[in-house]
Design a protein around this ligand. Structure first.
Ligand code: AMP
Length: 417
């Protein structure tokens, strides 16, 4: 039996891949405009980076990591997300000594052992941005505006920015307690996971999708009533800067995020057309994580965008311009003339493929048809003798002879037609 790709993984093929690479180019250019530099961390890390970074009681660490021992028995994990790795790198390279504020972005694959479904894979791709060294609310707003602009540049609409605060070390414990009190009165209506979460991480119950839990959560106390003055002021400032930057957002008091490290601002961008897995990106502030992972006391803000879902939202929309391919057919055994013709095209920025293996004109044209190609240049011996080429448009099967010297001018005209 032929071997297939591992469950939950897939090959990204043409033409879809062209949207991916075009998107990546656009993102890189845009992020640089905002002062960000790219970072590429390894795809695997010591397991500790994630268990300490993401939090032991998250679904990710609890049940979704690809963890294995290497040949020396060290525990290694394929990255399930990249913030913890970037923080590890930030600390390791003492980036805090190089600049007051460090802005980084990444693009790459992540791995989670989740149940595959539409828009959910075991190898999926994220674009992310992280800002270290500033607790200023403008950083939150600026970094959100950057990704909203990216989505807008991609031509997306029907997007919603949901935003909330999850408080800080000062005020969250009080809220946690109030929530726990409330939840324990409704213990019997909660799912099994939430009964566990209720003890270890009650905020996560707010995130549960099980209908019974959602009903309980509806009347739960709101974090908004428990924020300390500092967190409230921070939130107001973030809103003010978002207004200033022209970003539409919706305060969403029930929003918490699946990872433990967030403080203050959390946000998500929702695509209304996506169904159950409708969050394209999410993120927030994480002022304690760098320190918790053994680094200096440096505040941070970041987000991660799911590229697979983004591509789904884009659907058939093309981010790239379709440029024509020229198939050069030698018609005969002597390839020299065809090769020279193709070289001239490539030298001038055109896509050109020599059909070296076409045994006859007929089989050559068949190949072009199958590939969906439009333009063919016949470059056989008789054409070579006359210093001409035959340019054929497969769309209407018309063809005409052109002087070889006018090749570039002629195809330019042909493309414009
Ligand atoms: P998270 O790191 O869980 O906050 O996820 C950030 C974004 O990554 C989500 O909003 C999704 O768009 C995307 N994402 C997370 N998990 C998956 C997955 N298993 N498959 C595809 N996309 C995912």
């Amino acid at each position: 039996m032929a071997i297939k790709a591992v469950k939950g993984t897939r090959d990204i093929l043409a033409p879809e891949i062209r949207n991916w690479t075009e998107y990546e180019d656009m993102a890189r250019k845009l992020f640089r405009r905002y002062g960000f530099e790219e970072i590429r961390t390894p795809i695997f890390e010591y397991t500790e980076v994630f268990s300490r970074g993401i939090g032991e009681d998250t679904d990710i660490v609890h049940k979704e990591m690809y963890t294995f021992s290497d040949r020396k028995g060290r525990s290694i994990t394929l990255r399930p997300e990249n913030t913890a790795s970037v923080v590890r790198s930030y600390i390791e390279h003492r980036m805090d000594l190089q600049a007051k504020v460090t802005r980084l972005f990444y693009i790459g694959p992540m791995f989670r052992y989740e149940r595959p479904q539409k828009g959910r894979y075991r190898q999926f791709y994220q674009t992310g941005a992280e800002v270290f060294g500033s607790s200023h609310p403008f950083v939150d707003a600026d970094t959100i505006e950057m990704v909203v602009r990216l989505l807008r540049d991609l031509g997306l609409s029907g997007l919603r920015v949901d935003i909330n605060s999850v408080g800080c070390r000062e005020c969250r414990p009080g809220y946690r307690e109030a929530l726990q009190d409330y939840l324990s009165g409704h213990r019997d209506s909660l799912c099994e996971d939430c009964r566990r979460r209720m003890e270890s991480n009650p905020l996560r119950v707010l995130d549960c999708k099980v209908p019974g839990c959602r009903a309980v959560v509806e009347d739960a106390p709101s974090i908004q009533d428990h924020l300390c003055d500092g967190c409230r002021e921070h939130q107001e400032q973030v809103f003010r800067f978002l207004d200033l930057l022209g970003v539409d957002y919706r305060p969403e008091p029930g929003l918490v995020r699946g990872l433990d490290y967030y403080t203050r601002t959390v946000f998500e961008v929702i695509s209304e057309g996506l169904g159950a897995q409708n969050a394209i990106l999410g993120g927030g502030r994480y002022d304690n994580l760098v320190k918790e992972l053994g680094g200096p006391d440096v505040p941070a803000f970041g987000w991660a965008l799911g590229m697979d879902r983004l591509m789904m939202v884009l659907g058939d929309r093309k981010l790239y311009e379709e440029s024509p391919s020229f198939y050069v057919l030698p018609v005969g055994k002597d390839l020299e003339y065809a090769v020279q013709t193709a070289l001239a095209l490539k030298d001038n920025g055109y896509r050109a493929v020599v059909l070296a293996e076409a045994a006859s004109l007929k089989s050559g044209l068949k190949q072009v048809n199958r590939a969906g190609g439009r333009f063919v240049l016949l470059a056989g011996e008789s054409e070579k003798e006359k210093n001409v080429l035959i340019l054929r448009d497969m769309e209407n099967s018309s063809q005409r002879e052109i002087p070889a010297a006018d090749l570039l001018k002629e195809i330019e005209n042909e493309i414009k037609k």
